[in-house]
Design a protein around this ligand. Sequence first.
Ligand code: ZN
Length: 297
Amino acid sequence: MGFQPVSRAPDLESVPDGPSIWVFLRGDSLLSQDPAVLPLVTDGGGLYRMLARPVFTIGTLDGVPCHAVDLGDSGDAAGADEWCKRIAPWLGQSGKAVSFVTLRQVLLATAGDSPHWRAASCARHLAEWRRTSRYCGVCGTGLVMQQSDVSYVCPSCGQQWWPRVTPAVIVAVTDGERILLGHNVAFRPGLYAPFAGFVEPGESLEEACKREVHEESGVQITGLAYHASQHWPFPGSLMIAFTARYAGGTPRADGIELSEVRWFGRDEAPPGVPGPGGMGRSLYDWFMRGGGKDEGR
Ligand SMILES: [Zn+2]
């Protein structure tokens, strides 16, 4: 059954007694007893009353209701310990058995493709949207959550505000036996990845791919093909991955975002590649499995 996202997201007025799955968020951290599995609470109603905070539903996970609560900012370590102590008994655990882990730790533990990852990713996106959607951007009036769908409405001017999903493209550029990868100045030393960037207003996905690859690496591409997509909650993107063939140009780093661009063969792995769970790694693995092999110029 997997994870089914919710189609409406007002604050809950109660949580029925009975089992429910919870995402306890503090910024981009979440309370966990096991980063690969979201906690199951037997008495969701009792926990809801103890928390005394806004709780919202994000959907169902394998048919079990899945709720999220924002426990505040992730900066305060003492606050984190206190929440662990208070929540652990509802999970049948001691305070020492639970801790806050980052969303990236959950991504690594789930390899980015489990229903638990999807639920955590969705909860983080919605929590950030709720946190940053307090006032109408047109007239400044306080917003009201709609009961009928996932949106806020302004009670004064009627403007409706939905969660923003920001599309970004990532492209594997291959030339038969080799793949072109870049080292971003923000990466750890030795890490090389496919080229990525946000889609700009007025662009198609294809145009964004061609522009990003050319800006970052100096080369032209052809034969763009859809690979896969993934919700990416850092903080609210949709990553859309493509493969493409090298079509000309001399690879060179832009010197701003990227400090190095170079070809790698299948027998010559870079010192580091993106960690499992994201589209960067998915594209690299596709290449290593022989992707793009028969498509050289
Ligand atoms: Zn307004």
